[in-house]
Ligand binder design. Structure first.
Ligand code: PLP
Length: 310
């Protein structure tokens, strides 16, 4: 049975947050924890963030908590204060230390579920749902994949570029637990010989990957580098990795912009990357049947921006 699991996942640590334990309480993630009536299990009705902790330091924790708060506002899910999440994650890190070793890298996933329908977990609205953090060592496979060129396929997300404004109930731009479509798209990509996906709208605009943001890059003849990304108004998740890269790039004198990106813009781009908190930066070497140039130096610079920013 155990061999079905990723070895690293066996060493995961869980921390629950509730009204009695606002600073968290450790649980064993390999034992049942969730009621079958919890709306996260029944309807995928919850929100989450995945962060990277390097040597026990959670990168861009504030940006992730702000995005969780934004997802909470969009979905109308009550969440504990930021201090609770920080304390719970710290407790999880401490658990690794007392067990005899903090892995060099952990994926830290924090989740807030609407809870059990009609049975708030507490009278205090901030603790009325179900909340937990899960800390899992980052696998060697993921670490090795960083910076390596990937092949992507363009997949139609099935709505047009006005959907986000027209249909707020679609929750576009919130990081909800409803990732079945994103995972199906990734399986589709793998079944068709690709590593990842770029979602597009039905009217030809570029959105994001199922678990990542997309960056376009140009190096002008005078050596100036320009980065571009689709703006959040497109109904995509505002990427914290993309934002960190852009801030550092601006400080390095590069030009950055966010705006509508068409499929034609994508094909005209000199360089392309997918970015995310745990996988960091993946240069795109192929989109469907088209080869894309890869610049190892620029990719290293993007990775370095993330390291510098802590
Ligand atoms: N877009 C989607 C849909 C995602 O799921 C993610 C991360 O999981 C991202 C973008 C990248 O966000 P971040 O850089 O904050 O990890």
């Amino acid at each position: 049975m155990a061999e079905r699991f990723d070895e690293d996942a066996l060493h995961a640590v869980g921390v629950r947050i509730d009204a009695e334990h606002p600073e968290g309480i450790i649980f064993d993630p390999h034992q049942p924890q969730l009621r079958v009536t919890d709306l996260s299990a029944v309807r995928g009705d919850g929100i989450f963030e995945t962060m990277l902790a390097v040597q026990g330091h959670v990168r861009k924790f504030s940006a992730h908590l702000e995005r969780l708060q934004r997802s909470a506002a969009i979905t109308d899910i009550a969440i504990p204060p930021h201090a609770s999440w920080r304390a719970a994650v710290e407790l999880g890190l401490e658990e690794f230390r007392t067990r005899g070793g903090l892995p060099d890298e952990l994926a830290v996933r924090i989740t807030a579920s609407r809870g059990v329908d009609g049975e708030p977990a507490s009278d205090d609205p901030a603790y009325s749902g179900t909340y937990w953090a899960l800390l899992t060592p980052v696998s060697e496979k993921v670490k090795k994949s960083r910076g390596r060129p990937i092949s992507v396929t363009l997949l139609d997300r099935g709505y047009d570029s006005t959907a986000s404004e027209r249909a707020p109930w679609l929750l576009l731009g919130a990081k909800t637990l409803s990732y079945a479509v994103n995972m199906a798209a990734l399986r589709w990509a793998v079944a068709h010989g690709h590593d990842d996906v770029i979602f597009t709208t039905s009217d030809g605009y570029v959105l994001e990957g199922p678990v990542s943001s997309i960056l376009l890059g140009h190096r002008t003849s005078d050596g100036q580098v320009q980065l571009m990304t689709p703006s959040a108004e497109a109904g995509i998740l505002p990427g914290t990795t993309q934002a960190t890269i852009f801030r550092a790039a601006e400080q390095a004198g590069w030009k950055t912009s966010a705006g509508p990106v068409t499929i034609a813009d994508l094909h005209a781009a000199q360089f392309l990357w997918l970015t995310g908190s745990v996988k960091l930066v993946s240069p795109i070497g192929r989109i469907d049947d088209h080869e894309v140039a890869v610049d190892a130096e620029l990719t290293s610079a993007l990775l370095e921006f993330l390291t510098q920013s802590g």
